[in-house]
Design a protein around this ligand. Structure first.
Ligand code: MG
Length: 416
């Protein structure tokens, strides 16, 4: 069998629903054989595109496309400094494309290459957000009618208001931003879950994302106060930078903990797992470098009783969602999968520029959601196509990102 060699690496940037998505296409010397991967870093897409086109393409052209592990290590080490989000997303685009290619070469969907299915469908959670308890209960009830069994519940955009002028109670001259009163947020979140359980009962699995917006002591208070409401998990209660607080949080509460969508480096996840400080890993696969490191992480976590719950937000291409789903299908230690489907999170909806449904025109083959489970298709590789003519209709923009400009009530910036 002749070697399948890489002949070109291309980047396709597209924003069918107003979110900048980056796709990497790896072409080969075999006619019609190519792979597609997700390199989406929506807020720095030009930087990722540059790394792929200017640095990784020359490194890879002419090499054996089937040597995925070798090429991952080659890319990872090539710039000497490593494990940054721009570099990792660039590597991810190529890594996923190589796995897609490998599946096409084998004539098998990716989950087969990973050992085969341990479940037929992937249980997912959906995101519900509203300004009042009554409206939130309505949304959660709608999901329940659709067969959804897991819902992440948030009041008012991760506890803050929309981006705008400084509200009352802030200093004179305070800058625009998304303002958060941490003490009020804690109080309202406890009331929220009490209200949800009173109105909806305990059948649904509910989770909540603090989004790193609390001081560690406040996070510990919140986690303890939420115990009666039996959350599936409390996410990012402690910021990655404050991870040394995790043992104290763990010891203080029985509320299950999830962490990890900002993780870039194995040093950040390894001790959380070996010390059993988290129950669910929320890692964003492209952010750690693609399928190759993600399958290693999932298997490492399995040995410690830690479950995976990959990050699956709107600012990820359908190729990234498909990669999540294929790994989930073959992972004994899947917890639940975040599923944003074709609906971006609310904070991005404000910035939507493209028409609804355009995402599916650009990426035919998105895994299907039905009665709370997502199903991969059985096409070879990731099973997602890219209509490049449709993609070209929706150019990306490098606009200033506002949702990350989160501020405390004294006007100072805090983690978003
Ligand atoms: Mg999160």
């Amino acid at each position: 069998m002749s070697t399948t060699r890489i002949t070109d690496v291309q980047v396709i940037a597209t924003a069918p629903e107003g979110i900048n998505l980056l796709v990497v296409k790896v072409l080969t010397n075999q006619p019609g054989l190519f792979g597609l991967g997700c390199a989406t870093f929506a807020y720095r897409h030009l930087a990722v595109q540059c790394v792929v086109e200017q640095y990784l393409r020359p490194l890879l052209v002419g090499r054996d496309a089937s040597a995925i592990e070798e090429l991952w290590q080659l890319m990872h080490q090539n710039a000497y400094w490593r494990n940054g989000p721009i570099e990792n997303n660039a590597i991810s685009g190529i890594d996923m494309a190589l796995w897609d290619l490998k599946g096409k070469m084998a004539g098998m969907p990716l989950y087969q290459l990973l050992g085969g299915k341990v479940r037929e469908g992937v249980p997912v959670y959906r995101h519900a957000e509203a300004p009042t308890l009554e409206q939130l209960c309505e949304k959660v009830a709608q999901y329940r009618e659709q067969g959804i069994r897991h819902v992440r519940c948030q009041m008012g955009g991760y506890g803050g208001q929309g981006f705008g002028p400084a509200p009352a109670g802030t200093p004179r001259g305070a800058a625009e931003g998304i303002y958060l009163d941490g003490r009020r947020y804690v109080r309202e979140t406890i009331e929220l879950f009490e209200g949800l359980r009173n109105q909806l009962g305990y059948d649904l699995a509910l989770c909540h994302d603090v989004h790193e917006r609390l001081a560690p002591a406040d996070a510990i208070h919140l986690a303890r106060a939420l115990e009666p409401f039996q959350l599936l998990f409390l996410e990012d209660a402690i910021a990655l930078e404050d991870a040394a607080w995790m043992p104290r949080l763990r010891e203080a509460t029985s509320t299950p903990l999830a962490q990890g969508e900002l993780i870039n480096n194995p040093a950040e996840w390894r001790w959380l797992i070996t010390e059993r400080l988290v129950d669910f890993l929320r890692v964003h696969i492209s952010q750690i470098g693609g399928i190759t490191p993600a399958r290693k992480l999932a298997q490492f976590a399995e040995g410690f009783g830690v479950r995976i719950a990959w990050h699956g937000p709107g600012d990820m291409s359908p190729l990234g969602h498909a990669a999540n789903i294929h790994i989930d299908l073959a992972a004994p230690n899947l917890g639940v999968q975040e599923w944003s489907g074709i609906e971006p999170p609310n904070f991005v909806i404000q910035e939507l520029r493209g028409p609804r449904g355009a995402l599916l025109d650009v990426f035919p083959g998105l895994p299907e959601l039905d009665q709370g489970y997502v199903y991969a298709n059985d096409k070879p590789g990731l099973g997602i196509e890219l209509d490049e003519r449709e993609a070209a209709k929706y150019p990306c923009e490098a606009a200033v990102t506002t949702w990350t400009q989160t501020r405390r009530m004294d006007g100072a910036l805090q983690l978003p």
